[in-house]
Design a protein around this ligand. Structure first.
Ligand code: AMP
Length: 282
């Protein structure tokens, strides 16, 4: 596995690979890798037909708000390096904040509206930070395909909108959520949970399962689905709901009755840790 820190080296490698006819799959992450991250690399190979894989590890300061966990976000490059190598990743791109933003950076990329709802309400500058850094990373890596997890469904839909709006020459794919045995969506932030909180954290996926069962039984009304999910989550002492959203995947606007391509997403504080999860009705 090759490790690049400097953007120019990364770009040169990609261009060389392209002249050799390779198809490059790219998985951006903030590191502290878990099987969810690694599954995206497999997905790029299987569904994106990629022959070379690049993963970036970059804890992006511009997507954290002033009172969020940028400083304490878990970082362990040595651990990540081993996991990435075992997973057969070809290149790990590990730039510094200075490599990506320099001293003089003044440019931000923002998808209007879609970044202001759901997670954008408690994290108003988050998606602008994400789209800005993903743009930079795409320009550096020049991948054919980039894979993102459904875990962050709003993020994926915003990035997809951006690539379409800006005619970006990259295909973006969404890979399924990888879960712990009890259903909790894997996340680097799960290590913040104490044992009681870890037990309560399963209420997110349980609430979504309840909604899924109701829909399978013929329920279509968003308000009834949301009520059942809310009641279930509120039974857990450490849980505090940030939002439950039932929206159209095209524009993230609320819908009254679920249909095909409805996103049911939630964000819940478990103690001080904010967790997200979702399902898409297909
Ligand atoms: P992060 O390091 O949290 O920025 O995540 C990097 C990428 O991994 C994003 O595209 C996430 O959606 C994806 N991801 C994170 N957790 C999971 C998971 N449990 N299953 C699938 N993909 C995930």
């Amino acid at each position: 596995m090759i490790i690049f820190q400097r953007p120019e080296e990364m770009t040169q490698w990609s261009r060389d690979q392209k002249t050799l006819g390779q198809r490059i799959g790219f998985v951006p992450t903030m590191g502290f890798l878990h099987p969810g991250h690694l599954s995206l690399v497999e997905f790029a190979k299987m569904h994106g037909r990629c022959t070379q894989s690049v993963m970036s590890i970059f804890v992006n300061p511009t997507q954290f708000g002033p009172n969020e966990d940028f400083e304490k976000y878990p970082r362990d490059f040595e651990r990540d390096r081993k996991l990435a190598e075992q997973a057969g990743i070809d290149v790990l791109f590990y730039p510094s904040v200075n490599d990506i933003y320099g001293k003089f950076a003044r440019t931000l990329v923002e998808v209007e509206d879609m970044g202001k709802v759901m997670c954008g309400i408690t994290r108003p500058t988050h998606f602008r930070g994400v789209t800005t850094v993903v743009n930079k990373l795409f320009n550096i890596v020049e991948p054919h395909v980039a894979v993102f997890g459904q875990k962050d469904a709003q993020q994926f839909l915003i990035i997809k909108r951006m690539t379409q709006d800006l005619f970006m020459p990259v295909e973006v794919l969404m890979a399924p959520i990888i879960r712990e045995n009890d259903g909790l969506a894997m996340s680097s932030r799960n290590i913040y949970l104490n044992p009681n909180e870890r037990r309560d954290a399963v209420c997110l996926s349980q609430a979504l399962n309840k909604a899924q069962e109701m829909i399978a039984g013929g329920e279509v009304h968003s308000s009834r689905l949301a009520d059942v999910m809310r009641t279930h989550i509120e039974k857990h002492a450490s849980a505090r709901i940030d939002y439950i959203a039932i929206v159209d995947t095209e524009n993230l606007l609320p819908i009254l009755q679920v249909q095909k391509n409805t996103l049911i997403a939630l964000a819940v504080y478990i103690g001080k840790t904010r967790l997200i999860d979702n399902i898409i009705i297909s």
